[in-house]
Design a protein around this ligand. Structure first.
Ligand code: BEZ
Ligand code: FE
Length: 304
């Protein structure tokens, strides 16, 4: 078809016929439809192929996999890059790098003050102690900041989504102490992989890609007057460290992992077996006017 003929068809189809359209939504939907018409034309997409795509999207929705697909196709990372750029343009520099939230946060995890244990003790994993300080970009410690932390178990599965785990296993909110410090004991997570043969897996394989993430730990760090930080740390040495299907690995988010087998270090940590230790400080940017919100609104799971 001639481009002019497609455009004439679109003009007719996209003319409002009832009431007042919502301008921004209409502009975006019209643009997406126009672009898809041109994709169909350019690739000579046949009706069977079009309906295969519609069926795929229907199934992906039923499987609740859009959060995975958004990450796997790079949309979530792209939104992060855009937020980074908006902050840089507003003169907000420094601070701990953000990286994607992913779809596996659950609201309402228990709050602990200063320190806590994340695992319920049922799994025999390597003990990990992680600790550090929350500061502003000038280096001032932030007391009372909230460090929300969540991660997968030794099989790469997250509580709530994996019904075999106890409620809020490997999830807590830690309130920093008077010196802005947090500390937690947990078990070393394994890397995540998208559900085998699911919608995301099928798509990624068709694109010649895998659906693995390196082992990682998620954080929301928040304090009044500061931009909410959404980030993760990756576990150094993981084979997928620089091959994350969700594009979330960033410089500055791969802290060293110290392994301790020395009896004195074990005793000093209040443990009775060798353990791993990660020290990591968070730096929050100060809130500023006229910036897109750092706190992103999206549908999140909430445990009863
Ligand atoms: C995750 O963080 O585990 C995750 C991120 C994106 C898609 C799926 C999972
Ligand atoms: Fe994750």
């Amino acid at each position: 078809m001639e481009k002019a003929a497609i455009d004439a068809l679109l003009k007719e189809m996209q003319a409002p016929t009832r009431g007042e359209p919502t301008p921004r939504v209409k502009a975006i939907v019209d643009r997406v439809v126009r672009d898809l018409f041109h994709v169909i034309e350019e690739f000579d997409v046949q009706p069977d192929e079009f309906w295969t795509a519609v069926n795929y999207l229907t199934e992906a929705g039923r499987n609740d996999e859009y959060g995975l697909i958004a990450a796997g196709l790079g949309f979530e990372r792209f939104l992060d890059v855009r937020l980074d750029e908006a902050e840089a343009k507003a003169g907000l520099t420094g601070g701990t790098p953000r990286t994607i939230e992913g779809p596996l946060y659950v609201a309402g995890a228990p709050l602990v003050k200063g320190e806590g244990r994340l695992d319920d003790g049922t799994e025999d994993g390597e003990i990990l102690v992680m600790h550090g300080q929350v500061r502003d970009v000038d280096g001032t410690p932030i007391a009372g900041a909230h460090v929300e932390v969540w991660h997968a178990n030794t099989r790469g599965n997250y509580s709530f989504f994996d019904k075999s785990q106890s409620a809020f296993n490997l999830r807590r909110t830690i309130e920093t102490d008077a010196e802005g410090r947090y500390r937690f004991r947990t078990i070393m997570p394994a890397g995540y992989a998208v559900p085998p043969e699911g919608s995301t897996d099928t798509l990624l394989k068709t694109l010649g890609r895998h659906g693995h993430r390196p082992a990682h730990i998620h954080f929301f760090v928040s304090a009044p007057g500061h931009r909410k930080l959404t980030t993760q740390i990756n576990i150094d040495g993981d084979p997928y460290l620089h091959d994350d299907f969700a594009f979330a690995t960033r410089d500055g988010l791969i802290p060293p992992v110290e392994r301790n087998a020395d009896p004195e270090a074990i005793a000093a940590a209040g443990l009775n077996e060798p353990f791993a230790r990660i020290a990591f400080d968070f730096e929050l940017k100060r809130e500023a006017d006229a910036l897109p919100a750092a706190e992103v609104q999206r549908l999140r799971a909430e445990a009863a």
